[in-house]
Design a protein around this ligand. Structure first.
Ligand code: PEP
Ligand code: MN
Length: 338
């Protein structure tokens, strides 16, 4: 349930409502908008609360029941879009953030070279996997801590913040020593112990939609992180499994405006995993910007044909640079910048 305060309600009136919510044993989520304050009430059985419990209090305009199972993630709870500061940049603001880099960190030279190319083309975050969730146990599993060290060196040289995947709770401390953003991969959208554990950290979390996950399951994953205290969550559409086999996944373009409507969290599009083929990355990246995405994640590699993972969906530096130019045009057409 949310309690909507009157436009000119006083701080004391807000305080009295908060006190009453807490007395009843529920958690409070305060959202102070420009026009009015909204008090979110969070608890497993908040549907049991009588609406007039709050409507009789001074300064209260109305109460509204929230039908979605996610609360902190919901736009009903926080109406203004959230932007997340990451080392001097902001994800979820007017500027569309492009996160780019190889699927896997393969060597020091590879990540340094890519980092400089990403920066030169106008990318704002460097991506690269050091712990890789591979479908086969016989495939390259990532360089582990060495990969994290190379990423940190690339950050030092370019100033680009870094994002890398954490696959298990035991690795959070190690990965957190290096990364600026924790990436939670599609396979872990519903790994609740991992989500709770990153929810207890204070670093931004980038959560991908499950391979066959619904939008609601994505938002419930985000809710696990948010309800554990970490309010810096971005959600990512990365394609889902459908009956279509012409592409690796089916990028759900609908998810972009749907997520923007349902949640205040920044929405990211990953057209690389969404399509699986570099030729389609540009069109879907452009469509995502046009549809309202706040950020893009794009795989870029110095030599995609030699990549240790996801070469087929990786852009060369040249193709990435050309795409960035096209994206600038699309961004300005929808009133944003890249
Ligand atoms: C990745 O970003 O390289 C990755 C493994 O993505 P996903 O979790 O979406 O498959
Ligand atoms: Mn990949």
């Amino acid at each position: 349930m949310i309690v909507v305060m009157k436009q000119h309600s006083s701080a004391e009136q807000v305080e009295a409502v908060v006190k009453r919510v807490e007395e009843l044993g529920y958690k409070v989520h305060l959202s102070r908008g420009e026009a009015r304050t909204i008090i979110g009430i969070i608890g497993a059985d908040d549907y049991l609360i009588q609406q007039d419990t709050f409507e009789v209090l001074d300064g209260v305009e109305k109460t509204v029941r929230i039908m979605q199972p996610y609360k902190y993630a919901s736009r009903d709870f926080t109406q203004s879009s959230t932007s997340i500061p990451v080392n001097g940049i902001s994800v979820g603001g007017e500027k569309i953030v492009v996160m780019a880099g190889p699927c896997s960190v393969e060597s020091r030279e590879q990540i340094l070279e890519t980092a400089h190319a990403v920066k030169e083309a106008g990318g704002s975050v460097l991506r690269g996997g050091a712990f890789k969730p591979r479908s086969s146990p016989y495939s390259f599993q990532g360089l582990g801590e060495d990969g994290l060290k190379f990423l940190a060196e690339a950050r030092e040289q370019t100033g680009l913040p870094i994002i890398t995947e954490v696959m298990s709770s035991e690795d959070i401390e190690l990965v957190g020593d290096y990364t600026d953003i924790f990436q939670i991969g599609a396979r872990n959208n519903q790994n609740y112990p991992l989500l709770k554990a990153v929810g207890k950290t204070s670093k931004p979390v980038f959560l991908k939609r499950g391979i066959s996950g619904t939008i609601q399951e994505l938002l419930m994953g985000a809710e696990y992180i948010l309800s554990n205290g970490n309010m810096q969550v971005m959600v990512c559409e990365r394609g889902i499994r459908t009956y279509e086999t012409a592409t690796r996944n089916t990028f759900d373009i609908n998810a972009i405006p749907v997520l923007k409507q349902l949640t205040h969290l920044p929405v990211v599009a990953d057209p690389a995993h969404g399509t699986g083929q570099w030729e389609f990355v540009g069109p879907i990246a452009k469509a995502s910007v046009a549809a309202g995405a706040d950020a893009l994640m794009i795989e870029v590699h110095p030599n995609p044909s030699k990549a240790w993972s996801d070469g087929a969906q990786s852009l060369t530096f040249k193709r990435f640079g050309a795409l960035m130019d096209e994206l600038r045009t699309i961004a300005s057409a929808v009133g944003r910048q890249i």
